[in-house]
Design a protein around this ligand. Structure first.
Ligand code: ARG
Length: 459
């Protein structure tokens, strides 16, 4: 037996620089629990179809479990010369249980083994991410409940547009994270396919029972085509793309927190425990956490691009390029998981400056649409009403006033249809609560949306 499991046809030792260049152990060691669990299932299947004996299987399984304990206790030695996690475990097994270890790799290749490991890993991480998103959604709902009476300007083009409830604004993020959870949930179907038994690429001559392995590992499906099975990384690309979309949402939330905590807005204050100071300017409190989320979003997009580029034009089936799938995957899982956790912890601690939010709705003609709608109801076409209010806005602006600060006499110069009751329409609460169209910002709508969401989260 040569030093490396594949060393049989080699007469020269691998160059040290090649060993360190090709090694992936520093990255893929995190797959060890799945590699061991997958190998245990493989052993049981081999015994079930009598390719190995029950005794051989049980000594292999004991050896594998010992390795798991050693890794967990930090006792395991990792070494570049053994390339990856699969070879580390296999060669340690040889030391642990002797020659029978050489039977473990029967009817299996690292090509189907690695993709099995990644699928098991990703299924677990996706479920954890969905769990994290559920927690985050709960936090958002609680925040929304606390702010059904908090009013702020809604923006378009980052210009004050119309007043909305802060609860309604936050519920927009609830919708985004709900779609993210659904996307992760849908992708599980494609992750949950068992590839083992495809061997190197063409299947195997042994009478294996792939359905049995799938059952042991709790996979509802087995891959149908051995070539596709070892060359498919779509499920990782899909995860990276779903994660990217989710990060878009985190980055938008972060950007708003950054803007809102600036003195220019003054809408919120970040909790001290989630901000940092400047080493030179004593007055500063910086929004580093949302800034880093915004920055890390770029890394996550880059990881998606990286894997798309790695996979582009690769001939079938397995190519070593594909080893590079793990760095972007693990990195994205780590970033996304951290962002979910940190946002769920930060949101309840935000200090909301309700007064500043409300004040901001009083300036900037946020009630112009309502005045136009008022005229439409009294019989003039919307475009004409729009024009008429536009002129009133110019007049008010020139006189340093808001629309509701003009006198009735002044208002009447723009349309004789304007009566005293217009002032009621121009009030902020009225503007909000009259927007009762389904999905609008009226308090009763927002309360109903929160209730409905709470009901769905409980299921
Ligand atoms: N470390 C490899 C990877 O992550 C495992 C598969 C290696 N297969 C091979 N034929 N060299 O892709």
């Amino acid at each position: 037996m040569s030093e490396k499991p594949w060393g049989g046809r080699f007469s020269e030792k691998t160059d040290r620089i090649v060993e360190s260049f090709t090694s992936s152990i520093n990255i893929d060691k995190r797959l060890y629990p799945y590699d061991i669990e997958g190998s245990i299932a493989h052993c049981k299947m081999l015994a079930e179809v009598s390719i190995i004996t029950e005794e051989e299987a049980s000594s292999l399984i004991q050896g594998l479990e010992k390795i798991r304990r050693e890794i967990e206790r930090g006792k395991f030695q990792f070494d570049d010369s053994l390339e990856d996690i699969h070879m580390h475990i296999e060669s340690t097994l040889l030391q642990n249980v002797g020659k029978v270890a050489q039977k473990l790799h029967t009817a299996r290749s690292r090509n189907d083994q690695v993709v099995l490991d990644v699928r098991m890993y990703l299924k677990n991480e996706t479920l954890k991410i969905m769990h994290g998103l559920a927690k985050l959604k709960k936090v958002i709902l609680a925040f929304a409940r606390d702010h059904v009476d908090t009013i702020l300007p809604g923006y378009t083009h980052l210009q004050r547009a119309q007043p909305v409830l802060l609860a309604h604004h936050m519920m927009a993020y609830y919708e985004m994270f709900l779609r993210d959870s659904e996307r992760f949930g849908d992708s599980l179907k494609r992750i949950n396919v068992m590839p083992l038994g495809s061997a190197a690429l063409a299947g195997t001559t042994y009478p294996i029972d792939r359905a049995y392995t799938a059952k042991l590992l709790d996979f509802p499906e087995i891959s149908r085509n051995s070539i596709d099975s070892v060359s498919d990384r779509d499920f990782i690309i899909e995860f990276l793309s779903t994660a990217s979309i989710c990060m878009v949402h985190f980055s938008r939330l972060s950007e708003e927190l950054i803007l809102w905590s600036s003195s220019e807005f003054g809408f919120i204050e970040l909790p001290d425990s989630f901000a940092t100071g400047s080493s030179i300017m004593p007055q500063k409190k910086n929004p580093d956490v949302p800034e880093l989320i915004r920055g890390k979003t770029g890394i996550v997009f880059g990881n998606l691009m990286a894997l798309l580029s790695i996979m582009k034009s690769l001939p079938l089936a397995y190519n070593r390029d594909m080893q590079e799938d793990k760095r972007p995957l693990f990195d994205t899982v780590d970033i996304l998981t951290a962002c979910i956790t940190i946002c769920a912890a930060m949101i309840p601690k935000l200090k909301i400056n309700k007064e500043a939010m409300r004040m901001a709705t009083c300036k900037g003609f946020l009630n112009a649409t309502d005045m136009a709608d008022y005229l439409v109801i009294r019989g003039i076409p919307f475009r004409q009403a729009h024009d008429c209010v536009g002129k009133a806005v110019i007049y008010a602006k020139d006189n340093n006033k808001e629309l509701h600060e003009l006198t009735l006499k002044e208002l009447k110069t723009f349309s004789s249809l304007i009566k005293k009751d217009v002032f009621n329409i121009l009030k902020t609460e009225q503007m909000i609560n009259r927007r009762k169209s389904f999905g609008g910002t009226a308090k009763e709508n927002v309360m109903a949306a929160i209730k409905e969401a709470e009901k769905n989260l409980e299921i």
